[in-house]
Write a protein that binds this ligand. Structure first.
Ligand SMILES: CC/C=C\C=C\CC(=O)SCCNC(=O)CCNC(=O)[C@H](O)C(C)(C)COP(=O)(O)OP(=O)(O)OC[C@H]1O[C@@H](n2cnc3c(N)ncnc32)[C@H](O)[C@@H]1OP(=O)(O)O
Length: 719
């Protein structure tokens, strides 16, 4: 809807009304068309102001309408009518002007923004381009390089930057609508010839071809297979080289391809999934809207290794007072220096003062006596963590939340070491903890809804996509990752190389293949995890039974590399070789190839040709199948939770929506059939057998992903 009033005698004020973000739904578009017409036909009205209710201009097109039969007046003629008006139209931008919202403002003759407003064309993040003239008007207004930057990244700019770029005409700290009305009164009756952006020539740019070639190359590289950023460059190129009307034709043509693409569906699914995970629920019925978080002002971090340092930075940057505890003096000093460095670099990037004084350091666990929440981040060892939890229970004030950053260990076991197990939850951060956007909040069987709500709220404050998950080995992310890693190693045994496997996964869109990722995180880390699981047996790695552990197929390849001192990047040798320790440029290593050949010969394995398709199916479908087990077990509340975890924590390409969405796109029947095929070929790998839930979904006609919950509910009620 749009409300119309006449203010100050001569100004028609149009207010967009569609909470929460005044998205341009069909009724809003109809409202704009009607009210603009009314203002233009009223002889008393000399000028028009468009604003949004509740301090928000407009969040763009209504994303919920995409994929439905869209009705109502289309955006493009609506914006053209505003631009063509013979009375000045001023956009009063408060809060946000995003996507179609900014395109609407660009159709206005003037734009006035509040100093706290943010503007942008984020369509690319939804797999689209600004196709209501945004790709044609913005370059004409601010020049090609700046428009390319905004449109291909989708980034939001502040009002100050928008003013500097020339997107807005004025910024105010006061009431924006009042300022816009005053402005509208002043410009009423003035010529609008120079105010219609579509009539501007695109600012001249030296060597346009070279500029576009360079940008296209960079965009293709960073897009990792996403098509929208490439289409955005093509649309801006049309603005720079064609008259406006032809440019609009090109914009429409490019949008037609994007609009119905699987990538747009995936990206829009991710948008809503990211928001849906905030509405968490636990199998016992506890949920986000009935559970009250506790206030957290002061927190503590125990253990200042890599994870503890990152968590300390993340907490301090959120505005909390933090006590950072490390029992070893040397470690503590090193950590203090490292944390200060991280805070200073972060502050410099954001143009703010570093918050070093929010952190105090101590060697003594007694220092945490009065904190509201503790995050334990000591070495991944149950005995050590148990000891810390016992100490914390004795030291902390009643009601302190005790959180563990374990990546796989049993949260219930840790909780059982404390007198108040309801106050224990997992807060599983991902390295580097102050950078990575994912947080798994792990509830144990006795965690209280209040404890979960508090951890979820803290995660949100830290800017993390926080997902509540149940307690099992590896939770969601690492439980699925284990099978992905295993399949990759099996493929090496069967004839693949690290380069082939990584090539297939990087072509799929992962920023890094599995072996490059292992080199980065350290082969010693993986070895320690396997040792903790009782899988590494000294002297077994090269023996006859090396390839069977705990009754199942096992690949000791990672253990053998570890035994050679090849830990990855840190030793400059791993699955690849590196010029020096820490260098990130992975080069093929002939040693690894001969090692694999000798290994196969020793174990009587005959190398066969393996193609990219098989790599993807084996690695991804094994992981997806585990995702179905996780849903069946109730460890994740829905497929969105798994997908958000993979997109935000494991580099799953967002334009493919996450593993469960991908399975839906590929077709559940096909995923099941392939799993059956690979299980038949590898009967010693039980997890290749399709899960019960996958079978049930296929038997129910492969319903769309948003309805899987019903099948899961039915499955649970049968148990
Ligand atoms: C032929 C031409 C066709 C199409 C043209 C398309 C051009 C476009 O305009 S595409 C849309 C561009 N706009 C965006 O991408 C903005 C998306 N929204 C956001 O980035 C954020 O929501 C925000 C506006 C910055 C607000 O953030 P925050 O305050 O953190 O609140 P949220 O939790 O994110 O959102 C609240 C609530 O609003 C829903 N929502 C937000 N934007 C839209 C939208 N454009 N359409 C529909 N719904 C929207 C969001 O989903 C939340 O609701 P939930 O129920 O919680 O999901």
């Amino acid at each position: 809807m749009a409300q119309y009033t006449r203010v100050s005698g001569f100004v028609g004020l149009i207010t967009l009304q569609n909470p929460p973000v005044n998205a341009l739904s069909a009724p809003v578009r109809q409202g704009i068309v009607d009210t603009v017409q009314r203002a233009l036909s009223d002889p008393e009205v000399k000028s028009v102001v468009i604003c949004g209710q509740n301090g928000i201009f407009c969040g763009g097109a209504d994303i919920k309408e995409f994929g439905t039969d869209m009705f109502g007046p289309p955006l493009i003629p609506m914006i053209h009518a505003i631009e063509a008006a013979n009375k000045p139209v001023v956009a009063a931008i408060e809060g946000i002007a995003l996507g179609g919202g900014l395109e609407l403002a660009l159709g206005c003759h003037y734009r006035i923004a509040h100093s706290k407003a943010r503007l942008g064309l984020p369509e690319v993040t939804l797999g689209l381009l600004p196709a209501a003239g945004g790709s044609q008007r913005l370059p004409r207004l601010i020049g090609v390089p700046a428009a390319l930057n905004l449109i291909t990244t989708g980034r939001h700019v502040t009002a100050a930057e928008a003013l500097q770029l020339g997107i807005v005409d004025q910024v105010t700290d006061h009431n924006t609508v009042d300022a816009a009305v005053k402005f509208a009164l002043r410009v009423g009756g003035q010529s609008l010839d120079a105010r219609r952006i579509s009539t501007y020539p695109c600012p001249q740019q030296p060597d346009l071809d070279a500029l576009f070639e360079d940008v296209m190359q960079k965009v293709r590289q960073s897009a990792r297979g996403a098509i929208a950023p490439v289409a955005c460059v093509q649309a801006v190129r049309a603005a720079a080289t064609l008259p406006y009307t032809q440019g609009m034709e090109r914009e429409k043509e490019l949008m037609a391809t994007l609009f119905t693409s699987g990538q747009a569906r995936a990206l829009q699914y991710c948008f809503f999934a990211q928001r849906a995970v905030g509405r968490w629920k636990m199998p016992n019925g506890a949920r986000w809207d009935t559970s009250k978080p506790r206030p957290v002002h002061k927190a503590a971090v125990i253990g200042l290794g890599t994870m503890g340092r990152g968590i300390t930075v993340a907490l301090a940057q959120t505005g909390l007072s933090v006590i950072a505890v490390e029992s070893q003096e040397k470690q503590l000093m090193e950590a203090k220096q490292a944390v200060s460095g991280m805070l200073e670099r972060g502050a410099k990037r954001r143009g703010v003062a570093p918050v070093l004084d929010r952190i105090s350091y101590s060697q003594d666990i007694q220092a945490v006596a009065d904190v509201d929440l503790v995050i334990e981040a000591v070495f991944e060892d149950m005995a050590l963590k148990t000891k810390v939890f016992r100490q914390l229970s004795a030291v902390c004030k009643p009601g302190t939340l005790l959180c563990t950053n374990t990546s796989a260990l049993d949260v219930d076991q840790l909780a059982s070491e404390t007198p108040n197990p309801e106050l224990v939850v997992g807060m599983h951060f991902f390295a580097p903890a102050h950078v990575m956007k994912l947080l798994e909040v792990v509830y144990g069987s006795r965690s209280s809804p209040e404890a979960v709500a508090t951890a979820m709220q803290l995660g949100k404050k830290m800017g993390k996509a926080s997902v509540a998950v149940g307690n099992c080995r590896g939770f969601v992310g690492n439980r699925m990752l284990k099978l992905y890693l295993e399949q990759a190693s099996f493929l090496l045994e069967e004839g693949a190389t690290p380069e082939l496997v990584d090539g297939a996964l990087e072509e799929f869109g992962f920023p890094m293949g599995v072996f490059r990722m292992s080199d980065l995180s350290g082969l010693d880390v993986g070895w320690r995890i396997r040792k903790g699981e009782g899988l590494v047996e000294p002297g077994m790695a090269s023996g006859q039974s090396a390839r069977i552990r705990q009754g199942r197929r096992y690949s000791p390849l990672g253990d053998l590399l570890y035994e050679q001192g090849r830990f990855g990047l840190k030793t400059s040798r791993g699955w690849y070789q590196y010029d020096k320790p820490g260098s990130r440029v992975a080069r093929s290593d002939p040693w690894v190839h001969s090692f694999l050949e000798e290994y196969r010969a020793r174990h009587g394995l005959v190398a066969r040709n393996i193609d990219h398709q098989e790599v993807l199916e084996r690695c991804l479908y094994a992981m997806i199948n585990e995702g179905f087990h996780i849903l069946e077990d109730g460890i994740a509340a829905g497929p969105e939770d798994i997908d958000v975890i993979y997109v935000f924590g494991f580099g799953w390409p967002r334009h493919r929506g996450g593993p469960m969405f991908y399975a839906d796109m590929v077709g559940l029947a096909k995923v099941m059939e392939k799993l059956e095929h690979y299980h038949q070929a590898h009967p010693d790998v039980p997890y290749l057998q399709p899960s019960n839930l996958l079978r049930k979904l296929v038997a129910s006609g492969s319903p769309p992903i948003h309805t899987w919950g019903e099948v899961i509910k039915k499955l649970h009620s049968q148990l």
